[in-house]
Ligand binder design. Structure first.
Ligand SMILES: [Zn+2]
Ligand SMILES: [Zn+2]
Length: 170
């Protein structure tokens, strides 16, 4: 969405409300099941413009270990300093691109920047829980559902070191 910031640049106001939605897109293998709600404002403090947004959406995907469906609501903050084009040198922009939003002719268009930021921010892999035990390597049944009765004693001896380590821990 394009937002006209010129009234603020002319000094006619010191706050502009931001309220729009991005269309759903694919995010790290999960899907977004609602519009991406973007809410916040730009505040001008003596010529220093600060953009603060909260971004939220519903997502669904599957656990990377046991493939159980996972869904939830994701919320994150997006805070940037707003500058007019030409204010920063190319070098500054390259170094600190994730600190700034650059206006073009007094207009802010951050859809693409927001999408990229969300993709970086969203987990690379979803898990049904932090300690998901995954699937039985033999029959593929989720271990969380209980003992499948598979005999897993035939194992790679290289793992014994680790296994002993963990059983000693207990
Ligand atoms: Zn899981
Ligand atoms: Zn099994």
């Amino acid at each position: 969405m394009k937002l006209d910031v010129r009234p603020m640049l002319r000094g006619e106001c010191d706050r502009i409300e931001v309220d729009f939605e991005l269309l759903p897109f694919e995010i790290n293998g999960a899907s977004i099941d609602s519009n991406v709600k973007v809410l916040g404002d730009i505040v001008d403090t003596a010529g220093y413009m600060r953009l603060s947004l909260s971004v939220s959406f519903d997502y669904s995907g599957e656990c990377a270990r046991c493939l159980t469906p996972v869904n939830g609501r994701y919320e994150t903050e997006f805070v940037r300093t707003v500058v007019s084009e030409g204010t920063l040198s190319e070098e500054q922009l390259e170094e600190d691109i994730d600190e700034y939003v650059v206006l073009e002719n007094g207009v802010m268009d951050i859809d693409e920047q927001l999408r990229e930021e969300l993709i970086l921010d969203f987990p690379m892999r979803l898990l049904c829980s932090e300690d998901c035990p995954g699937l039985c390597p033999k029959c593929g049944k989720p271990r969380r559902e209980g003992d499948c009765g598979c005999d897993l004693t035939e194992r790679d001896p290289r793992w014994d070191v680790l296994r002993n380590y963990f059983s000693e821990e207990k």
